[in-house]
Design a protein around this ligand. Sequence first.
Ligand code: SF4
Ligand code: SF4
Length: 216
Amino acid sequence: MAEEPQETEQTKPGFQNPVAGFGVTFKAMFKKRLTEQYPEQKKTTAPRFHGRHQLNRHPDGLEKCVGCELCAWACPADAIYVEGADNTDEERYSPGERYGRVYQINYARCILCGLCIEACPTRALTMTNEFELADSSRANLIYTKEQLLAGLEEGMVDTPHAIFPGTDEQDYYRGLVTQAAPGTVRQVAVSKGEVPQEAASTFGEDEPASEKVIGR
Ligand code: SF4
Ligand code: SF4
């Protein structure tokens, strides 16, 4: 014998359907609201949230990145591009032999997994709590070293500049350098096309040498 069809929303008499619909609305009125007023009210992230990366500095302003590319090799999404270069006494960016001359992270590829920061031997690379990374252009999603490099805190001098006198690279990692030595000044970044003071003076009076030399 055939079973009697059970009554469903579709098989209810026509006048009951709207009432059933209002029942759903009525129940929802007493539930906790999930609406977030973003971007006016931003949610606080967890302390160890994986957000935008940051390239850190030593307390005197020198960069921690040594251009070793380990972060790039560890990245499963091939999102990091690094080119290392040698420091010189005239143009020094990090305490040791090498520094990261070019550093890029492509946020169109990055999945914010954090494997790169685990791979970094100097703790140069860490992640911040910043999560607003959306953009309408792929080019804008490639963050350069200038965008990723940490800002200058008190006691820091912008790179390039000389190592703290009387110390070596190991002293930086032992935490013995706590700020730039008195009198530390930023060097001329010839590799970035800056012009040394003597050469700049040939530009004439209209273009003072001091303004030609520094400016990043
Ligand atoms: S967080 Fe993950 S995907 Fe993003 S750059 Fe680092 S290793 Fe690559
Ligand atoms: S961020 Fe760290 S792992 Fe990446 S190149 Fe610099 S020092 Fe090496």
